[in-house]
Design a protein around this ligand. Structure first.
Ligand SMILES: *Cc1c(COP(=O)(O)O)cnc(C)c1O
Length: 462
């Protein structure tokens, strides 16, 4: 499988090259040149299989050519062995026709472990084979960073630098990033917000001298390998509710549009998904855009669901690429307009988006009220991101089609908001219960590209 850029001006790469590169050199995002389709029989045959086997069958057409079959099976097995639930992504019923897909049974208690653990193993195998090493730089609104650090800590071919907005991640999130003792792990607290961190990472990738000098690699949600890993649980959950014979819908708490874009890929692969519902918090650029108001940046407002406090959703570029008929030049122009504030989506592209996506938003009050009501009605304590999803899902639920809401994090990752809403303090799982006692290691740094680049150059191992 060949991979192409959403902006049409970068060289075509293999899966392995696209994964190791992250952002394309024309500033675009990599996508498979064509999306493989599974037949109804192939989808039906996934029913009852272990998660790892479903993962292999769903992802194989995207990666073949870069890995051998047994090699890839080993990678998948190692990626998910640290999860504390045998089903990996278990499905729970909330009410008649509404289900929660629990994606928080990995090492850092959020769905990002699904992608990051896989990417860690993929990088290790690919780099070892090449006798190479890389510097991973990522920006995080909280959960990506800890997931990346858990996935790459201790790997000798990789240094990992994670930029997070100082004071804007939860204490659990911060401690998960600052307490690993491995020498190849570097947590940087930036004086800025998540969009500043993300912009700094983008700028580093566009600085080719720096990029080549430190052998920069990216694992942010722009990395297609991450999107791919997330496609798997759309299949596993839909099949367990009767797909391909029965349609399902999904509601996805969304920030960077990575997780929900994986659902879009699953749909294009032949999974009978009726609706994909984007759920945002008060940082609602995606909801505004899908409501027809254009894609215009606002101010990022801190919320109780901080992993979705995002104004520029990187992966939305991929959805736009398909909505604009796979025209790289059109996408490049929109992204240019975004630099000066935003753009209107053409009527044709809006129609294409609306064929697949719905959207809704939850205010802070609605999010907290949903945590409380979900506990009362279904005896489930949910994290604030999941609550945003549940609230929006209830508005889009139909009697005929089961709705699956993605439960993106464990409530113990956001104890303050959960306790404020419900009066219940969510305990950390036993394997993490000493997190508050571990010592922290972090560098506070100005929101200044030069300073960040100097720091990285001075701290890589090789
Ligand atoms: C990252 C994250 C999200 C948003 O996911 P995107 O792929 O960025 O849309 C939602 N909830 C939690 C808990 C997250 O960590």
């Amino acid at each position: 499988m060949k991979y192409i850029s959403t902006r049409g001006q970068a060289p075509e790469l293999s899966f392995e090259e696209a994964m190791l590169t992250g952002l394309a050199r024309d500033g675009g995002l990599y996508l498979p040149a064509e999306i493989p389709v599974l037949s109804n029989d192939e989808i039906a045959a996934l029913a009852g299989l272990p998660y790892e086997e479903i993962a292999f069958r769903v992802m194989w057409p995207f990666v073949s050519g870069s890995f051998a079959e047994d090699e890839f099976k080993g990678i998948i097995a190692r990626a998910y062995e640290g999860f504390d639930h045998a089903a990996r992504a278990p499905l729970k019923q909330l009410n008649e026709n509404h289900f929660l897909l629990e994606l928080f049974h990995g090492p850092t208690l959020a769905f990002k472990d699904f992608a990051m653990q896989l990417i860690g193993q993929l990088f290790q195998v690919a780099l070892q084979r090449r006798g190479d090493r890389v510097t991973i730089v990522g920006a995080t609104s909280g959960d990506t960073g800890s997931a990346a650090i858990e996935a790459f800590r201790g790997l000798d071919a990789v240094d990992v630098f994670i930029l997070f907005p100082h004071g804007r991640v939860s204490e659990v999130q911060r401690r998960q990033m600052t307490t690993p003792a491995d020498g190849n792990v570097h947590a940087l607290a930036v004086d800025g917000d998540f969009d500043d961190c993300q912009a700094a990472v983008k700028d580093m990738f566009n600085d080719f001298d720096f990029r080549d000098g430190v052998r920069l690699a990216g694992v942010n949600s722009i990395n297609f390998a991450r999107v791919l890993a997330q496609v798997v649980y759309y299949f596993s959950s839909a099949v367990s509710l009767g797909a391909p014979h029965r349609k399902v819908s999904f509601t996805v708490p969304t920030g960077n549009f990575g997780d929900i874009f994986a659902g879009y890929i699953a749909k294009r692969m032949g999974l009978p998904i009726e609706r994909l519902v984007v759920a945002t918090n008060q940082n609602d650029i995606l909801h505004r855009c899908l409501s027809g108001d254009g894609y215009y940046k606002g101010e990022t407002i801190p919320s109780v669901s901080p992993s979705m406090d995002i104004q520029v959703s990187s992966n939305f570029e991929r959805a736009l690429y398909y909505a604009y008929g796979e025209e790289g030049r059109a996408v490049a122009q929109l992204m240019d307009e975004l630099k000066s504030g935003g753009f209107d989506v053409s009527q044709g592209a809006m129609e294409a988006l609306r064929e697949v996506f719905d959207s809704g938003r939850a205010s802070e009050e609605e999010t907290l009220a949903t945590i409380k009501s979900t506990l009362a009605r279904s005896a489930e304590l949910v994290c604030p991101h999941t609550a945003v999803g549940i609230k929006v899902a209830e508005e889009h639920r139909s009697a005929e089609t089961p709705m699956i809401t993605l439960a993106t994090a464990h409530p113990a990752k956001f104890p303050a908001a959960v306790e404020q809403a419900s009066g219940v303090h969510p305990p950390l799982p036993p394997r993490m219960s000493d997190l508050y006692e571990r010592s922290e290691r972090v560098t506070r740094i100005a929101n200044d590209l030069g300073a960040i680049q100097e720091h990285i150059k001075g701290h890589i191992s090789a």
